[in-house]
Design a protein around this ligand. Structure first.
Ligand SMILES: C[S@@+](CC[C@H](N)C(=O)[O-])C[C@H]1O[C@@H](n2cnc3c(N)ncnc32)[C@H](O)[C@@H]1O
Length: 201
C-alpha cells in the first residue's frame, strides 16, 4: 500500500482526499490546528521534527499553501521535496488568484462567487481567508499569500521538482502536479486524467 501525506488536511473525511488516493493508499493527516485531530500537528513549512526524509509516495494539499506566509512557501516546497520518495509526486490545489481578481473587479469584492458547505464565498474570502471562520477566532483559516499558474509552477521547479504541470480549472481552482526526478510522469498524469483531472485539456 502506498502512503500519502495530506498537508493542511482539516477534519478527517474521505471526501477531503483527492479520488486518486481513495483506493490502495494509506493517508497520514498533518495540520497546524490540533482541534482537527490530525495524525501530525505541525506546520507544512517545517516538518523536520515529525516526518522523515523520503517516506511518502505522494503529498496532497487542498487549499493549504495559501495559508502560509509568503516567505514560508519556498521552505514548505523544499520540505515536500524532502519527505517525498525519489519517484513520488505532489498534487496541490489552491485558489487561482487571476480568476479571483477578475471576479473581484467584475462583480465586487463582497459578491457571492459560489456557495460552499460553509456558506457563501466572496472574492474577499478567497483573497484573505474565510472571514466567518477567522471572525470565530480560527486564525489558521487566514490566507497569507496567493498564486497564479506561472508563479506556482516556477516556485515548484525552484524547489527541486523535475517536472511540473499546472492547470487553471473552473471554480476558482488552480492545480499543480509536481513530479520528483524518478517519477513516471506519463503514468501519473494519465491516472490523474482518469479521475477527471486532465493537465492537457
Ligand atoms: C481551508 S482548510 C482546508 C482543509 C482541507 N484540506 C480541505 O480542502 O477541505 C485549510 C487548513 O490548513 C490548515 N493550516 C493553516 N496553516 C497551516 C500550516 N502552516 N501548516 C499546516 N496546516 C495549516 C488549517 O488549520 C486548515 O485545516
Amino acid at each position: 500500500m502506498r502512503s500519502v501525506l495530506h498537508i493542511g488536511s482539516g477534519p478527517r473525511g474521505i471526501h477531503r482526499l483527492h479520488p486518486i488516493f481513495q483506493a490502495g493508499w494509506r493517508e497520514v493527516r498533518l495540520d497546524l490546528d490540533p482541534s482537527v485531530e490530525p495524525d501530525i500537528v505541525c506546520s507544512t513549512a517545517d516538518m523536520r521534527a515529525h516526518v522523515a526524509s523520503e517516506t511518502f509516495d505522494a503529498v496532497w494539499s487542498s487549499h493549504n499553501i495559501e495559508h502560509l506566509y509568503d516567505h514560508e512557501v519556498p521552505r514548505a516546497f523544499a520540505e515536500i521535496v524532502r519527505v517525498l520518495k525519489p519517484d513520488g509526486f505532489f498534487l496541490v490545489r489552491c485558489p487561482d488568484l487571476e480568476t479571483v481578481l477578475e471576479a473581484a473587479l467584475r462583480d465586487g469584492l463582497e459578491s457571492t462567487a459560489y456557495v460552499s458547505p460553509a456558506g457563501p464565498i466572496t472574492p474577499l474570502d478567497m483573497l484573505f481567508g474565510h472571514r466567518a471562520s477567522v471572525a470565530r477566532g480560527n486564525a489558521f483559516m487566514a490566507h497569507r499569500t496567493g498564486f497564479t499558474d506561472i508563479r506556482l509552477g516556477r516556485l515548484l521547479l525552484e524547489a527541486g521538482f523535475a517536472h511540473v504541470s499546472t492547470k487553471r480549472a473552473s471554480g476558482f481552482d488552480l492545480w499543480a502536479a509536481a513530479m520528483m526526478p524518478q517519477a513516471n510522469v506519463q503514468e501519473c498524469l494519465t491516472t490523474l486524467a482518469m479521475t477527471g483531472l486532465s493537465f492537457t485539456e
